[in-house]
Every structure is written in C-alpha cells, then in structure tokens.
Ligand binder design. Structure first.
Ligand SMILES: [Zn+2]
Length: 331
C-alpha cells in the first residue's frame, strides 16, 4: 500500500546531528525515517517539516529553517535516483509513474518568517508548501494550546480559547491562501483554529492531530473542529504519538497501538467524512512505546487496520488517496 505522510521531523534531527559534528546518513540511520525504511514502507510521498524550537533562544529561527532547507536540497541532489521534489499539482500527477519518493517541504513554526510576509514569499519560492502558524510557543502570528514548562502543561490541561490569530497572523493566512501554501493548524490554540475556520476561504490541514473525544489531549481536535474541517474539504493527518492516542489515566505509561490508531481513525472519518483522514506520523518527533516504530512498519499498519474492520478502499484513502487528492486540488 502506497503511503503519503503529512508530517515528520527528520530534517531537524539531521540538522542537530550535523551541527553536533556527527552527521547522519539518510540512506540508512537510526532515526524513524531513512531511505531504506521509506522504500520498505512503500512510500509515495513524505512531507519534510523544517521544525524550529523557539526555546533554543540562541538560534535565529529563520537561519535554523534555512539550514534545514539546505539539508533538504542536499538530499535531493545526493539521492536524485530515489527522491523528487513536489511543488505543483503537475508534479503530483507525474509522481506515481516516476518510481521515486516525492518529497514536499513544509515548516513547523511560523515565526521562521520573522513576522515578515516577504520571508513567507521567499520560503514559498524555496518550495515550502505547508506551514503551521505556531509550534508550542506563542509567537507574533498566533497562540498555541501548550507552552513548554508552563504549569498548564499538566494532563489534562485546558485549551486556550481566548487567544487565536493576531492581526499579523490574519495577514499571513491571507497571503498563504493567495500563494496556495497550505495553512496547517496542528499546535494552534483552540481560539486560533476557530479563527481559521471562520476566516479561511480555502481548505487547510491539521497535519498531525487526532480526536480529543478519544484522547483528551489539547493537541487533538474537538468534535466541532473535525466536523467543520470535513465540511470545508480539509485534511487531517493521524498522529502516531502515544500521548495523543492513548486515553489511559496513568500518563506515565501511554502506548501507541494500532488499535488506538484505528479508534481515532474511525472516529475522525465518522465525524468529518471519508475524505478527511490521512497519515501524519510525526516520525522523528516522537518516542516511547510505538507499535508502528518507523517508516518500515507501514505495511503492518495497513494489515492491522484491516483486522480492525477497515475496508481496502478506506485504507487506501487514509494511506494516500485523500492526501494526494487534497494537495493536487489545493497547491
Ligand atoms: Zn508537531
């Protein structure tokens, strides 16, 4: 089964390793994603996020992002037989016959644009096709639901409903829509997601978020959000992170299981429609007890969902067809 994954943090892991003087091979490494694993998993496309942690205060966010974009372009050069960059609907149409794995550049942390629309446009020119307004820190564009180190970060923490998009964040939404860069609401506060639902004229994404009714983490989407996103033709990537899947009361032993993934998947599809759901692994950004432990395990997930009662057609839609159609229509 082909795979189209909306989110991974592999580029930032490669950057940390390189900056520590211990560069990793992309052909084969100890991360959750490398070329061999992507091939074994039968990947059609991986979205590669430039993830920037604003908590690392000595780093300029834009420079951190550009360093990751440089790594992305070096991967495309070094593995040109295996990887092909995807920027346009035409690229997507040609992808299945190319025999290559599509690679789409995305950003996780809107502050990399330094609140400047000119930087946003430059990132688009470099190939960035989807971006979250925030990660877990407040920035000039919007508020997230969780701030690291905050007392609020305790399970089950309260969502932020009163702070959403700033004036600048609204200007970013408008410019991203004009460019056809997909706005990604994962990590955004509840207030921010409601703002986007009200203001957006084009479909948008939650690249790696699950259903809050099935696991009460504030990184997950409420029923209202899921329903409205379905109505608007949006896409949601199922996140494999144990903390966003497992509803157990004991938060010290949460696990990421195929069963819980199936529970969230079924719930998201029932509420948002069968075109809503895709995969958003969060690989190389998650750790712990993972039944699907890396890109090589995706055939096991397809098999597991079948046992959980999903039809072949539903699995195809979740694994790649919904995402492929979404990007072909909206880039
Ligand atoms: Zn994330």
């Amino acid at each position: 089964m082909r795979v189209w994954d909306l989110h991974c943090d592999t580029l930032s892991e490669l950057r940390y390793a390189e900056n520590d003087g211990k560069p990793l091979s992309f052909r084969k490494n100890q991360l959750q994603i490398d070329l061999e694993r992507l091939r074994r998993g039968d990947y059609l496309l991986q979205c590669f996020a430039c993830f920037v942690n604003l908590g690392r205060k000595k780093e300029n966010p834009l420079v951190s992002c550009l360093e990751q974009i440089d790594i992305f372009y070096r991967l495309l050069e070094e593995y040109s037989e295996d990887l092909v960059q995807i920027r346009t609907p035409e690229d997507i149409r040609k992808l299945p016959e190319s025999g290559k794995i599509g690679a789409m550049l995305t950003v996780e942390e809107g502050a990399v644009c330094l609140d400047d629309l000119r930087m946003l446009r430059n990132l688009y020119r470099l190939g960035v096709r989807m971006m979250t307004l925030t990660w877990n820190y407040e920035n000039g564009l919007a508020s997230p639901n969780i701030v690291p180190g905050d007392a609020m970060q305790v399970w089950p923490c309260e969502p932020v409903t009163d702070r959403g998009l700033t004036e600048k964040g609204r200007a970013f939404l408008e410019e991203m829509e004009r460019l056809h860069m997909i706005l990604d609401v994962s990590h955004l506060s509840d207030g921010g997601i409601m703002d986007v639902l009200e203001l957006a004229r084009r479909p948008f994404a939650a690249s790696h978020s699950n259903a809050r009714s099935k696991c009460g983490h504030v990184r997950n989407l409420t029923d209202e959000m899921i329903r409205k996103m379905g109505e608007k033709g949006c896409i949601v990537g199922l996140n494999y992170c144990a903390s966003f899947l497992d509803p157990s009361a004991d938060r010290s032993h949460v696990r990421s299981t195929i069963h819980d993934m199936a529970v969230h998947a079924r719930y998201l599809m029932n509420l948002g429609g069968e075109d809503l759901l895709a995969l958003g692994s969060d690989f190389d950004g998650i750790e712990g007890d993972l039944e699907i432990a890396g890109a090589q395990d995706l055939p096991k997930l397809a098999e597991g969902l079948k046992k959980e009662g999903f039809t072949e057609r539903e699995i195809e839609k979740i694994f790649y067809k919904n995402a492929m159609r979404f990007f072909e229509e909206n880039l």
